[in-house]
Design a protein around this ligand. Structure first.
Ligand SMILES: [Zn+2]
Length: 250
C-alpha cells in the first residue's frame, strides 16, 4: 500500500540541500530513514534535495535489497531487482545507492542516513590526504560528534560494488570499536553520516565539514597535528562528553 514519506526525513533532506551549506548541488546526495524492521524510505533517483517533497521519496522493503548484497547482479537485472523491492509498485525509482542505505540502516542499527558531497570534505577526499583525514582526529568536538575515527572506503564504482566495499570496511570498524561508526568517507566521492535522529545527521555533517576546513587549513600552514589515539579514546569515553553527545543527538 502506498504511504507518504515521513516529514522528519523531508525536512532533514531539505536542510542538507540548503545552497549556502555547499553540501550538494542539482541531484547530488541522498537520504533515508527506517520505518520498522521491514521497510525504509529513501530519496528517489535524481531528485534535488533543496525543495524535495513527499513525491521525492520511495518506500523500500529491506529484504528485497539486502539479498542483492550477496549477488553479482548488474545492469538491467540489478535495476529490475531494486524496482521490485518498492512497497508501492508505482513508486519512483530509488537512488542507485539504495543498497548501501539498506545495509547501513540494518547492519548498524540506525534510523537515519545522510549522504552528501560537501565541498570542504570532497576537496580532501579527492586529495592524497583522504585516508589521513579519515583515520585521525584534530580536536575534541570532532571526536564527540564524528566518533574516534571515520571509516575510509577506497574508490569503487557506485552501486552494488560500492555497497559491498562499504560493508567490508564497516565490519572492520565494528570489530575494532565494538560499535557502529558515525562517519564513512568514500574516496573521490563523499560523506555518509549515520544517526538516530535528523538532528544527529545534521550536527555530525556540520562537524565533519568544519573538521575538513580545519584539516585543509592546517595542511596549508605546515601540516596537521593530530590528537593521540589515547587522547581521542579518553575524550570519546568521558562521561561528560557522552552526556553532551546525547544532547547533540536530539
Ligand atoms: Zn554520492
Amino acid at each position: 500500500m502506498a504511504g507518504t514519506a515521513p516529514q522528519e526525513l523531508i525536512n532533514m533532506t531539505r536542510q542538507l540541500g540548503q545552497p549556502h551549506l555547499n553540501l550538494v548541488i542539482i541531484g547530488e546526495g541522498n537520504t533515508s530513514s527506517r520505518v520498522d524492521s521491514h521497510t525504509f524510505w529513501i530519496k528517489a533517483s535524481g531528485r534535488g534535495m533543496q525543495e524535495i517533497g513527499d513525491s521525492g521519496f520511495v518506500e523500500i522493503y529491506f529484504e528485497g535489497v539486502l539479498d542483492l548484497l550477496d549477488s553479482d547482479l548488474s545492469g538491467a537485472a540489478l535495476q529490475e531487482a531494486m524496482m521490485a523491492a518498492r512497497v508501492d509498485p508505482n513508486g519512483a525509482r530509488p537512488s542507485v545507492e539504495v543498497t548501501f542505505h539498506s545495509m547501513l540502516l540494518q547492519g548498524c542499527d540506525v534510523n537515519y542516513i545522510g549522504h552528501t558531497h560537501p565541498l570542504a570534505v570532497n576537496q580532501l577526499l579527492c586529495s592524497t590526504r583522504a585516508e589521513q583525514f579519515a583515520r585521525n582526529r584534530l580536536f575534541p568536538d570532532e571526536v564527540v560528534l564524528c566518533g574516534p575515527e571515520s571509516v575510509f572506503v577506497p574508490y569503487v564504482d557506485p552501486g552494488l560494488p560500492l555497497a559491498q566495499a562499504i560493508r567490508a570496511q564497516v565490519k572492520r570498524y565494528m570489530d575494532d570499536y565494538g560499535e557502529a561508526p558515525k562517519v564513512i568517507l568514500m574516496q573521490n566521492h563523499g560523506l555518509i553520516v549515520l544517526g538516530q535522529s535528523p538532528t544527529e545527521i545534521l550536527n555530525v555533517t556540520a562537524m565533519c565539514v568544519k573538521a575538513a576546513g580545519i584539516f585543509a587549513g592546517a595542511c596549508a600552514v605546515g601540516g596537521p597535528v593530530f590528537m593521540s589515539k589515547a587522547d581521542v579514546l579518553h575524550i570519546y569515553r568521558r562521561p561528560d562528553e557522552i552526556y553532551r553527545r546525547k544532547l547533540f543527538v536530539g
